[in-house]
Write a protein that binds this ligand. Structure first.
Ligand code: NYM
Length: 213
């Protein structure tokens, strides 16, 4: 393993609709990289452990109501409060597997009708991921999965709007689209290959950049 000073960790983001399998795959990916001897951490947004995260959590479980713009900015603030730690970890050589990021922030708020550019603005200056993996599933298929429908946003009509917003985000980007309806092990293998390649590029000194670049 390369341990030279410019060797850094990779920022790998998993995105997709609710119940697309991101959380399972993120944790498997982290285990896989750990098994290969890499330094790796599994993160997620929203990070419900902070005080901002607790406000988000109570909103998502319908225990509180917030204006659409307000909750959007809270999700963004929740990422900003972790930005410097994220940078320290990456520069220290730790790879971060991230379950949702700014793209979820934009997609879910745009799905409510908020302006696309307005939604992106508070994300500018956060760290840009080295890789975005989109677990592709139709809202209908996702809805048939176990545990669906317990939180705010988990309705087919709404998720259709989320898909539209994700599509806008994908334009001109180099996201890797993975078919999330394949058997779990197949998806796992597909992701492993893509991520390992990315981790190696980052070890070789690919520079860190900011959103939206
Ligand atoms: N969500 C997530 C947003 O609306 N904006 C964001 O910035 C992020 C990170 O929160 N339905 C939505 C997407 C999900 C919900 O995510 C909670 P999870 O992965 O179920 O904990």
């Amino acid at each position: 393993r390369d341990s030279s000073s410019n060797s850094r960790g990779a920022l790998v983001v998993l995105e997709g609709l609710d119940r697309c399998g991101k959380t399972t795959q993120a944790s498997r990916l982290a285990q896989y990289l750990e098994g290969l001897g890499h330094s790796v951490e599994l993160w997620r947004f929203p990070d419900r452990t902070t005080s901002v995260g607790q406000m988000i959590s109570s909103y998502l479980s319908n225990e509180s109501q917030l204006d659409d713009h307000t909750i959007h900015l809270l999700f963004s603030a929740n990422r900003w409060e972790k930005r410097s730690l994220m940078e320290t970890k990456l520069k220290g050589g730790t790879t971060i597997i991230l379950d949702r990021y700014s793209y979820s922030g934009v997609a879910f708020s745009c799905a409510k009708g908020l302006n696309f550019e307005w939604c992106k603005a508070p994300e500018v200056g956060l760290l840009a991921p080295d890789l975005v993996l989109y677990l592709n599933i139709s809202p209908k298929m996702a809805a048939e999965r176990k545990g669906y429908g317990s939180e705010r946003y988990e309705q087919i009509e709404f998720q259709n709007q989320v898909v539209e917003a994700y599509r806008d985000l994908m334009i001109g980007s180099n996201w890797q689209i993975v078919d999330a309806c394949q058997p779990m092990e197949v998806i796992e293998k597909e992701l492993q290959e893509i991520v390992l390649d990315c981790v190696k590029k980052c070890q070789n000194g690919a520079p860190l950049s900011d959103l939206w670049s």
